[in-house]
Design a protein around this ligand. Sequence first.
Ligand SMILES: Cc1cc2nc3c(=O)[nH]c(=O)nc-3n(C[C@H](O)[C@H](O)[C@H](O)COP(=O)(O)O)c2cc1C
Length: 346
Amino acid sequence: MPPTEKTTPDTLPRRLSVAPMLDWTDRHFRFLARQISRHALLYTEMVNAGAVVHGDAARFLLKNDCENPVALQLGGSEPALLAKAAAEAAAWGYDEINLNCGCPSPRVQKGAFGACLMNEVALVADCLNAMQDAAPDCAVTVKHRIGIDRQTDYQPLADFVGTLSEKTACTVFIVHARNAWLDGLSPKENRDVPPLKYDYVYRLKREFPALQIVLNGGIKTNAEAALHLQHTDGVMVGRECYHNPMLMRDWDRLFYGDTREPAVYAELAERLRDYAAERLADGRGSILRHITRHCLGLMHGLNGARQWRRMLSDAELLKDNDPELIMRAWREVEKAGRRADTAEAV
Ligand SMILES: Cc1cc2nc3c(=O)[nH]c(=O)nc-3n(C[C@H](O)[C@H](O)[C@H](O)COP(=O)(O)O)c2cc1C
């Protein structure tokens, strides 16, 4: 499903976006997300700029045509390398290139990028400028935290955003509304333990009204998203989209004014089956599990959700690589639904 209008960097539909998530938001998950929302802006996993430039670019940049609008997130801190990766990304058809300034993992810190770049604003400016020069038709954006370690003041955050807005053409700031604690917390803990401070993000929008400020972190419902949208230009949702992708089913209607009927479960199962059949046949090494592992949350909240998850993660069932497994699992969900209806009627 291509988007209905041609987007430009300024008109990317960033009211709702799906966060970059390593190992999760690969092209197979993004395919599923796009079947559920026609409009949401999708982000790839973080890809190391060096891997794109020196490695197998296709492995990291391959995407489905239906995914646009889609942003590639890059990790790196060398302007020349990021520029080359950005040019590649533009050639592959990405609409936006995002620089990761929020990842706290020790591996990333060792490479001196991710969240520790928040202490290196001049270098970030050089990176963004190099990326924008290399990919003039793409939006170049940043995703960052509200601070590093135990620093709790608002001002360093405002200085980071203010400096970048002065020294670069970047007008879009995606803010994960908690600090990154670079010492002592795992990346997973760093997504939960440092407290969320949504008011810092709202304040950024008030103080920089010309910038697009996108809020990220801890959003679980569309009601919460709507609330944040009263204060910001967009919200980005990560984990909840992955564990419960049908959260996105109402996004087009609620946030983009698109009144077309969203896809129903049976249709989604069929599209996944067809997609899996295409991927298995395209000779790029996909196996069924690569696709089904991202669909386990699709039936979240339905009576047959457990059967769906069980069947689509069962190594024995998956080893045949038969895309019809998806339809068999769906029929179990339907059956469970009918059983529940009958029980209710009795
Ligand atoms: C499994 C996983 C992988 C992640 N990988 C990335 C990444 O590659 N780049 C990034 O900027 N953030 C990454 N994040 C952080 C998310 O983009 C997001 O900022 C964070 O999960 C908070 O949003 P949420 O509460 O809606 O999940 C990751 C999060 C998870 C759960």
